[in-house]
Design a binder for this molecule. Structure first.
Ligand code: ADP
Ligand code: ZN
Ligand code: ZN
Length: 799
């Protein structure tokens, strides 16, 4: 008797333990750990992941059999199965969420969605039609309607591609028909069909016969005006040939010329040597590679990746969200060609699935991707790189709330390989570990071409605003005009999207707020609406005050949309591009903006912090930061660190080639140490100053932290349950644990639920994990009156 242990898709604490199911005879030896299956659960069927196959079960009752197989081969390998267990424990989340997080978007199956295969499925009955290049003939293969529906679904899910062209014997007849002989009244029965429903079919024929040696995808045909019924008729009458193929899309729109490794500078050479030794020696050592922008970190990565490949292993390189990807991927592809797969959010589900397949099947040995690529199904990893390791996108803010650096370290230990964390401004946690010797510090102290760092000036906006009420200081406006005259490029950073921060009635002070959240609405001019950035609520922009009917409604606070408008007014001849969440929603738009600016088809690139990172534009000689304080205003112990990192990074954008760069930072807090030290790019002093602040405030890296957030539809309920949890924690934790709260979150009400939080700071607290697990269990068992609880281990913010 074979029994499958299955983690079922019911997110609760109980289902973190697998359920046992019988493997029916016809599936014996086909079910393997890491496959997804459909299983009965209560009176319905749900999906789950097989995590083990055993011969006995200690379950006392009668075991039910697996209903069907979803996958034909494992989608989660042995390493990732083990990782999911560790991660569920580490992040206080459900195993099922961890397993699902590891799969690319398009492969996640929602509970109620119909399954793609079952025991009488088309795939089991007709395996031959999925091996590629098989002409399918629905009649000959006796496919049922259900099977045909499955094929169409598989195709929509991007798992197979259907291609069309004319069949051999039908081609001459149909060509003739298309070439104008249609009206001559031939008695051919097929032509009769054509005539009856001619329009769509003529279209289809015209496309196919114009390119007789090509095949067409279903979607290509549909978008050119061919009807579904024309395709069906063609298939039915045998003149249209349909083939099914596992199709691999190519997300690399541009091909890249090959580049050779550069001769390394002494510091780079030393770094590469140490990393390569760790690769050869199979050591899971963590390196912190510290170097200002332009110091040659990427070349170090490339040569270390090359070494990992030479030793027959694979390499994983992570970059922050989409910002870095197009340029870095270009550099990596130019070195390693088609061995590179990329995984990031700008790919369609289908493309991501294809890349995932290429990795899983071993065709791609180098993976470049964002946070979730840390789960890429690479085998035998020889090197993991995390570029810009301090970046906040490496922490997932939803369940499972993992820190990519920790997952990378786990995989490095499993694969016996080094991790390289690269940054100009390392997180305090990583730097502190390097100082202790836990990580090995490698530094690249110079810019490659010894260019001086840009000249940074700080403008006090308090005095500036007293003189005139423009968002651009005189110095910044003059500098912009100067660069425009010299035909050089400019980047302007304003960390707030939308047109203006909020609306206010000049007469009664009324500010429109979201009906669902405690937050004022942001005006978006292009959509003519007031939007809530928390829940997505939208409403029209009022022309009179809804409260006092005054017409004196005014906008306050400038967002990127308004900055664009103002800049265009001030510099009417300048070509301006804006990059923020709102202009980069469409697939490929982010890349298009970068390409355009990179080709100097625009003079000014402005936008939110998306533009701050990693972009390498040699013609940029001026960077303006319009509101350097935006991060400082948050009530968060990391706000200084974020401000310093952002300003240092954005300054690195200026003057990368042979021209001296300039940076203008506008601020209301010119004396703040984060801003002062960013001016000189003095990481060493920032680290020392900030470590003192952290020490005195008992913050990381001196203390570990956990954030516990509870929410419910009633504020009283939330508060009283959270105070109850506080009592529980106090009686279970030692006196050295510091418990803060419960306090209402900065935005207390979101989507009509009230949020309170408790922060726990500790150095060593063996009771913490059991206590938090118990609290989660209580809320799961509904002992906490509908309070929903989220636990964030090492949160990035305390808000
Ligand atoms: P970082 O990743 O630290 O910002 P890069 O690796 O992008 O730095 O290097 C900055 C520039 O210097 C790039 O244009 C790169 O091609 C060049 N470069 C890097 N290393 C070398 C080297 N050893 N010799 C010559 N040029 C180099
Ligand atoms: Zn009013
Ligand atoms: Zn809202």
């Amino acid at each position: 008797m074979q029994i499958a242990q299955v983690i079922v898709d019911i997110p609760t604490r109980q289902t973190n333990n697998p359920y046992s199911y019988l493997i029916p005879d016809y599936l014996v030896d086909q079910v393997v750990p890491g496959m997804r299956v459909e299983v009965p659960f209560g009176n319905r069927k749900i999906t789950g992941f097989v995590v083990a196959i055993v011969n006995n079960s200690d379950f006392a009752g009668k075991l039910k059999p697996i209903s069907s197989l979803i996958d034909f081969s494992p989608v989660i390998n042995e390493e990732l199965l083990q990782l999911s267990s560790w991660m569920a424990d580490e992040t206080y989340s459900f195993k099922i969420s961890c397993l699902q997080t590891m799969l690319p978007g398009g492969m996640r199956i929602k509970n109620k969605k119909r399954l793609i295969a079952n025991d009488d499925s088309v795939v089991n009955q007709h395996p031959e039609i999925f091996d590629g290049n098989h002409e399918i003939d629905y009649n000959r293969q006796k496919l049922t309607d259900k099977s045909i529906a499955q094929i169409i679904r598989l195709q929509k899910e991007g798992k197979i591609q259907v291609e069309y062209n004319l069949t051999h014997h039908a081609k001459p007849i149909m060509m003739k028909a298309y070439q104008g002989q249609l009206d001559q009244g031939q008695a051919d029965s097929q032509l009769a069909v054509v005539r009856k429903n001619a329009k769509g079919q003529l279209k289809l024929l015209s496309i196919l016969s114009a390119h007789p040696h090509e095949t067409f995808l279903r979607n290509q045909l549909i978008t050119q005006g061919v009807t579904e019924s024309a395709i069906k008729t063609g298939e039915k009458n045998g003149w249209l040939k349909q083939t099914l193929k596992r199709h691999i899309r190519n997300p690399f729109l541009r091909s890249v010329a090959h580049t050779n490794p550069l001769t390394l500078q002494p510091d780079q050479k030393q770094a590469v040597t140490r990393i390569n030794q760790a690769i050869s020696g199979k050591q899971d050592q963590v390196f912190l590679l510290e170097g200002v922008t332009g110091s040659g970190k990427t070349e170090v990565y490339l040569q270390s990746i090359a070494h990992a490949l030479e030793t027959g292993r694979t390499a994983l390189m992570l970059v922050p969200e989409i910002t870095l990807t197009p340029q870095i991927v270009g550099r990596i592809r130019s070195r390693f060609g088609n061995q590179v797969a990329m995984l990031h959010s700008a790919l369609s589900n289908g493309e991501r699935y294809d890349e995932w397949q290429r990795i899983n099947s071993g065709q791609a040995q180098v993976v470049v991707g964002v946070r979730s690529a840390v789960f890429a199904p690479l085998r035998n990893i020889g090197l993991i790189i995390i570029d810009e390791e301090h970046d906040s996108s490496y922490k997932q803010t939803d369940n499972p709330r993992y820190q990519t650096r920790d997952v990378a370290k786990w995989r490095a230990a499993y694969n016996h390989c080094p991790v390289v964390l690269g940054s100009a401004t390392p997180s305090l946690e990583s730097r502190a570990r390097a100082m202790k010797g836990v990580y090995k510090l490698l530094t690249l102290p110079h810019r490659i071409n010894r260019h001086a760092l840009p000249h940074v000036s700080i403008i006090d906006m308090k005095t500036e605003m007293a003189k005139h009420r423009s968002i651009l200081s005189n110095q910044l406006s003059n500098a912009i005009q100067d660069r425009l005259d010299k035909h050089e490029q400019i980047i302007l950073l304003l960390n707030r999207r939308g047109y203006s921060a909020f609306l206010m009635c000049r007469d009664c002070g009324y500010v429109p707020k979201c009906p669902n959240c405690d937050i004022s609405l942001t005006m978006h001019k292009n959509t003519h609406s007031l939007n809530c950035h928390y829940c997505g609520h939208k409403e029209p922009i009022p022309t009179v005050c809804p409260k006092c009917h005054s017409k004196r409604i005014r906008f306050f606070g400038v967002g990127s949309e308004q900055l664009e408008e103002q800049v265009k007014q001030l510099f009417p001849t300048a070509r301006v591009l804006r990059m923020d969440v709102d202009t980069t929603r469409k697939k490929g738009s982010h890349e298009a903006i970068i390409d355009k600016f990179g080709a100097h088809k625009a003079d000014i690139l402005l936008g939110t912090q998306m533009i701050a990172k990693g972009l390498d534009f040699p013609e940029v000689t001026l960077v303006g930061v319009l509101n350097a304080d935006s991060a400082l205003q948050f009530p968060d112990f990391r706000s200084s660190e974020r401000t310093f990192q952002l300003l240092t990074q954005v300054s690195g954008r200026s003057g990368r080639a042979d021209k001296q760069g300039e940076v203008v930072i506008q601020t209301f807090n010119p004396d703040h140490y984060a801003i002062q030290l960013a001016q000189t790019q003095d990481y060493e002093r920032f680290y020392a100053t900030e470590m003192r602040v952290r020490h005195d405030g008992k913050y990381p890296p001196y203390y570990f932290t956990v954030k516990l957030t509870g929410n419910s539809p009633s504020e009283n309920q939330t508060a009283s349950e959270m105070f109850d949890i506080l009592t529980y924690l106090k009686s279970h934790l030692s006196a050295q644990a510091i418990i803060l709260g419960p306090t209402p979150k900065a935005v207390t009400r979101i989507n009509n639920r009230y949020y309170y939080q408790i922060i726990i700071k500790y150095r060593k607290e063996p009771n913490l994990k059991p206590a938090l697990d118990e609290i989660l269990m209580q809320s799961q068992k509904k002992q906490r009156h509908g309070l929903q609880i989220a636990i964030d281990n090492e949160p990035l913010d305390f808000m």
